[in-house]
Design a protein around this ligand. Sequence first.
Ligand code: ADP
Ligand code: AMP
Length: 219
Amino acid sequence: MYIVLLGAPGAGKGTQASRMAEQIGLAHVASGDLFREALSNRTELGLLAKSYMDRGALVPDEVTIRMIFERVALPDCAKGVILDGFPRTIAQAEALDRTLAGQGKNIDLVLYIKVSEDELLSRLGGRWLCRRCQAPYHIKSAPPKVAGVCDVCGGELYQRTDDSMETARNRLVVYFDQTAPLIEYYQTKGKLVEVDGEQEIEAVTRELVDVVRARQVQK
Ligand code: ADP
Ligand code: AMP
């Protein structure tokens, strides 16, 4: 199964993708996490990505597409993948469609997590992440048991520099300009299912997992 999680920065894609991956048994591939991992390893890709991420801009399609295709070719993705943060442009979506078609596969579902702009900004402003395992937390809605420490692995929590109010606002502008057109792109193909992302985290997961299970039965 190929599942795309679509939604603005802060909509809850990472939170939901890791919960869904655990419940459904698919790999979770997050383009932002891959760029941050490359940066922490000081690779050429990471340093290139940083120059875009710092401004809240998108990394060029060609580089992003190559990185994702190399990742989904790994054995842990053989049963299927939940894509989080990719595709983010029409060109990326078309490249994904073409590559999957070449392998006799296609995208099964696009789950659009809808959240209002005010809520997105408050989520990004209060987000903390584990430096080691990337688990997301929020000062109000999803606090860790011990301040500054990851519940999952004990790693140190940090705030992303691109979650600052100024860069977060810029990322939302980029989202509405370059990524939101994907809603119609996938709607036209009959693949889009919209979910209310302003419910409690558990309720959103329940709804998403139900949609996936219903689609698995149809396959
Ligand atoms: P994305 O991957 O789409 O950028 P995240 O999953 O990192 O978003 O979530 C953004 C922030 O919002 C995190 O701090 C997370 O803990 C919090 N969050 C996620 N889902 C919800 C929700 N349903 N209600 C309240 N807060 C949420
Ligand atoms: P995220 O962790 O999904 O919020 O992504 C963080 C940053 O990584 C974005 O602001 C972009 O600079 C970059 N990025 C992540 N995914 C993509 C993508 N599919 N296309 C281009 N840039 C991306």
